[in-house]
Design a protein around this ligand. Structure first.
Ligand code: HEM
Length: 441
């Protein structure tokens, strides 16, 4: 069998890249209609992207040999910010070594321990929300998710150091989410970007603040009594018994911040955007059932996934989806198109959290967090956070849309965000009839 690329548009690479940048969702849908479940786009500086939207093909990638399907290599544009030890950028044995050290804080009891902090931070933040006027929720959610990461991941307690870290990190995140800067970063490549004076001037304060926090943790001691992620990583040991170096720690903390902050904030803004247009779902969320709140988060991440695809670069020719693909191409499990398959999700465009209580969606068909050995490390953390924040908001406020028209999916850097930043109006909650009668009694 000869290697081949699946069908795709024959237009020049530059035009394909432009359409991908300007209207990615419409372009993906058009290609699927024209070429079927597996199709190829040619993207500038990226070679060929072979989109996969069939559950079997996606399963094959997520369960395939990670030595042949590199993900780290495909993320190299993030190198200047994340650093060379970042779990997101490594492949093969080095990736597994680092991932193994980072998994424990994000599972089981550890994770449940963060729920209380998430609740506290949320209650504190929403207390000062202005009521009765349109609110753009995306920036509010960014402030909230940053605060949660600073408390649970960085474990910062001292108020002055927290203020310094908050300001350095939010400046870096604001700087990096400007699409023009992302485009310049891609055009220059990681090595030249690192040398840019302007870039260093934004990165340095964030680096200084993180190293200062690492030193403060080491100096304070008592790590075994603390439960923040940094304390756990400081105690973690590689197989040869060695601890993580300060550089490794810095890179992983920066990775958790970058991967976990805007994604979760955008997921929350989208959940609110959908909920205020689906009053029945909002009402049911108020009943306080955790399973339903989880289903709301899942349905939001299905229909408005902040990330629309994941990438793996083939190291050897491989047969996937009926094609023998050549080494060097990127195979692309497509989250956006998978989540809209009518055979997996009947009436796919309807926002209906109940579908997840009825058992729709599976490991290879609900994939907002990617899959396999690269599946998002913070998936459970993010879902817990979404549940807690949405429940707190529904409990405290009456929520409505500032403008009834649905918001469009627009791209900010690589994240699909609501076009008006998830605008809502929050009002002090009027008690439900059952509560009024309970009070009277
Ligand atoms: C709704 C929120 C989030 C979404 C939609 C999301 C999505 C993703 C996706 C699509 C990937 C790539 C997976 C793949 O290539 O198969 C990923 C990787 C990753 N995410 Fe998340 N993420 C979210 C929140 C978080 C949070 C809260 C954290 C940590 C605090 C986090 C940490 C990571 C890390 C460390 C990786 C790299 C894993 C590896 O390469 O082994 N993410 N995430």
């Amino acid at each position: 069998m000869k290697t081949e690329l699946p069908p795709g548009p024959r237009t020049p690479r530059s035009l394909q890249t432009l359409r991908w940048i300007v209207r990615p969702t419409a372009y993906m849908e058009e290609c699927r209609r024209r070429y079927g479940d597996t199709f190829t786009l040619r993207i500038a500086n990226e070679g060929s992207w072979v989109f996969l939207t069939d559950p079997e093909a996606v399963k094959q990638v997520f369960t395939g040999d990670p030595r042949l399907l590199h993900a780290g290599e495909a993320n190299v544009v993030l190198l200047p910010v994340l650093g060379s030890h970042s779990v997101l950028l490594l492949d093969d044995a080095a990736h597994m070594r680092q991932r193994k050290l980072m998994l424990p804080p994000f599972h089981g009891d550890r994770l449940r321990g963060y729920a209380e902090t998430m609740r506290e931070v949320t209650e504190e933040a929403i207390r000062s929300w202005p009521l009765g006027a349109p609110l753009a929720t995306r920036p509010l959610m960014q402030a909230l998710t940053l605060e949660i990461i600073m408390r649970t991941v960085f474990g910062v307690q001292d108020e002055a150091r927290k203020a310094r870290l908050r300001s350095a990190l939010s400046e870096l995140l604001r700087w990096g989410s400007d699409p023009r800067r992302v485009a310049i970063g891609i055009a220059l490549g990681p090595q030249l970007t690192i040398r840019l004076g302007l870039f260093r001037s934004v990165l340095q304060p964030a680096d200084d603040a993180i190293y200062e926090e690492i030193a403060a943790h080491r100096a304070a001691g008592g790590l075994e009594d603390r439960d923040d992620v940094m304390s756990l990583l400081l105690q973690a040991r590689h197989d040869d018994g060695s601890p993580m170096s300060d550089e490794e720690l810095r890179d992983e903390l920066m990775t958790l911040l970058t991967a976990g902050h805007e994604t979760t904030a955008t997921g929350l803004a989208w959940a609110l955007e959908r909920l205020v247009r689906h009053p029945d779902a909002l009402e049911r969320l108020r009943e306080g059932d955790d399973d339903y709140a989880d289903a709301v988060a899942k349905e939001t991440l299905r229909l408005r996934s902040p990330i629309s695809l994941v990438l793996r670069r083939l190291q050897e020719p491989m047969e996937i989806g009926g094609h023998l693909l050549p080494a060097g191409v990127n195979v692309v499990p497509c989250i956006y198109l998978m989540h809209r398959r009518p055979d997996v999700y009947p009436d796919p465009l309807a926002f209906r959290p109940e579908r997840f209580l009825e058992g729709q969606g599976g490991t290879y068909t609900w994939i907002p967090f990617g899959g396999g050995v690269r599946r998002c490390l913070g998936a459970s953390f993010a879902q817990l956070e979404m549940r807690i924040v949405l429940q707190a908001l529904a409990e405290r406020f009456d929520l409505s849309a500032a403008d009834p028209r649905p918001e469009l999916m627009v791209r900010r850097a690589i994240i699909s965000s609501p076009s008006r930043d998830g605008e809502i109006v929050a009002r002090a909650r009027t008690a439900a009839p059952s509560e009024t009668s309970a009070l009277a009694a």
